[in-house]
Design a protein around this ligand. Structure first.
Ligand SMILES: Cc1cc2nc3c(=O)[nH]c(=O)nc-3n(C[C@H](O)[C@H](O)[C@H](O)COP(=O)(O)OP(=O)(O)OC[C@H]3O[C@@H](n4cnc5c(N)ncnc54)[C@H](O)[C@@H]3O)c2cc1C
Length: 387
């Protein structure tokens, strides 16, 4: 019997590491990922200001997994009814149970010129592209427009503004964050939105809400109400769509995370309605928690099939528990911890602790240390006792 996991991000790696422990030895476990590495995507924006940190958010899968077979290949199609995947290397892979964790692709909503002119912040290579273009602007001055003020857009704008400040270029470089909703981040409670807006303002990010991008040319974005906005660099963080292997769709799965008889799906690749009927946001935090439920359910289905049937096994159900929320804005941060909203040092400490906690949980201790080193800001107080 073979269990195949497609994609090794937060969701896929989390499921794989648990299944390595829970599956019977004679069940083959295969992990297919096009990059062969686990990208700690929620720290990617840090690479704009700290390029060395990029090395610490790309972790080779071979170091993180013990018994799974790793296939470095792009998944082209998935046919769960026949339980077969076609891969870009021309081969196909059959499976008994598939776990789809391919993440999501940037969504450009067919807006004219946006996909052509904007850089999304999705992969490590995008970070290098964004930094290189911004470096030119630091020399010559200009405006970077960031489209979309979710977690990705806010944190990206925050890093760009902090880099401009570090290079004494805040006067000549504008960081403009455009959001179609009337507050940032959209969909959150007002107290949190106020704290984020204050942090962005303090960072010199020009936030324009109720501003919907309708298209882009080489040097201008057009918006619904208002004059076209000239730009020198355009970064896109406006939304996500399903992966190409799913035709761009993000199908909805129930709280058991079972997609159909032969497949489970979790993380950004699907829309999830949890046990309480809540729509689950596409975040790393949620993907990590869904991995535990999925691994339990896959193990139960495997055992059930090995025992040849009877009633379908009872499956665990995912319940989304948004105990906290964290976003960085350069060296500042906003955190919601229970009912409290924190900003500044305490929030940044919480954000760093989450990054460190995740890296150490997957065994990347040296990378965790590097993350702490880069998060210590120039104005941190040195309390090292004299020798
Ligand atoms: C800049 C940025 C900042 C963010 N900040 C936060 C944050 O602060 N907090 C938070 O909770 N979330 C944050 N997020 C969101 C978070 O990163 C995603 O929700 C999370 O990565 C989703 O996990 P996943 O496992 O579903 O997908 P991913 O982590 O995207 O993993 C998908 C995997 O599938 C592989 N793959 C994709 N397509 C194929 C294919 N066709 N064939 C083979 N392999 C494939 C990829 O190589 C990748 O390894 C941020 C995202 C970004 C971009």
């Amino acid at each position: 019997m073979r269990v195949a996991i497609f994609g090794a991000g937060y969701a896929g790696l989390g499921v794989a590491r648990r299944l390595e422990r829970s599956l019977p030895d004679d069940v083959e476990l295969v992990v297919v990922d096009e990059s062969g590495e686990h990208v700690v995507r929620h720290l990617l924006h840090r690479g704009i200001r700290f390029p060395d940190e990029l090395d610490h958010v790309r972790l080779p899968l071979g170091l993180l997994l013990d018994r799974a077979t790793i296939r470095e290949a792009r998944v082209e199609t998935l046919d769960h009814e026949r339980a077969i995947a076609t891969l870009a290397d021309g081969e196909s892979l059959s499976y008994d149970i598939g776990v789809v964790t391919l993440g999501a692709d940037p969504e450009f909503y067919d807006l004219e010129g946006v996909a052509e002119h904007a850089t999304p912040l999705h992969r490590p290579a995008d970070v290098a592209t964004i930094r290189a273009a911004f470096e030119d602007m630091l020399e010559d001055g200009g405006r970077v427009v960031v489209g979309g003020a979710g977690l990705t857009g806010i944190q990206t704008a925050g890093e760009l503004a902090a880099l401009a400040r570090e290079r004494d270029a805040s006067e000549s470089v504008d960081v403009t964050l455009l959001e179609q909703a009337d507050a940032v981040p959209p969909g959150y409670d007002e107290r949190l939105q106020h704290a984020v807006a204050d942090a962005l303002e303090a960072a010199d990010v020009d936030v324009r809400t109720s501003t919907t991008i309708t298209g882009a040319s080489q040097d201008t974005v057009t918006v619904t109400d208002g004059e076209p906005i000239p730009y020198d660099q355009l970064v896109w963080a406006g939304g996500i769509r399903g992966p190409a292997a799913q035709g761009g769709d993000r199908p909805t799965v129930p709280a058991t995370l079972r997609l159909d008889a032969n497949a489970f799906a979790l993380g950004d690749t699907v829309r999830i309605v949890d046990e309480n009927g809540t729509r689950v946001p596409p975040t790393a935090h949620a993907a990590i928690r869904q991995a535990g439920v999925t691994a339990t359910n896959v193990t139960r289905v495997v055992e059930h099939r090995r025992e040849n049937g009877g009633f379908e096994p009872r499956l665990d159900r995912y319940r989304h528990d948004e105990t906290g929320w964290l976003v960085s804005v350069g060296d500042d941060a906003v955190a919601r911890v229970g009912p409290k909203i924190l900003r500044g040092g305490a929030a940044m400490a919480a954000k760093t602790a989450v990054g460190v906690g995740y890296l150490t949980s997957v065994g990347a201790v040296e990378d965790a240390v590097a993350h702490v080193r880069d998060t210590v800001t120039p104005d941190a107080v040195d309390v090292t006792p004299p020798r």
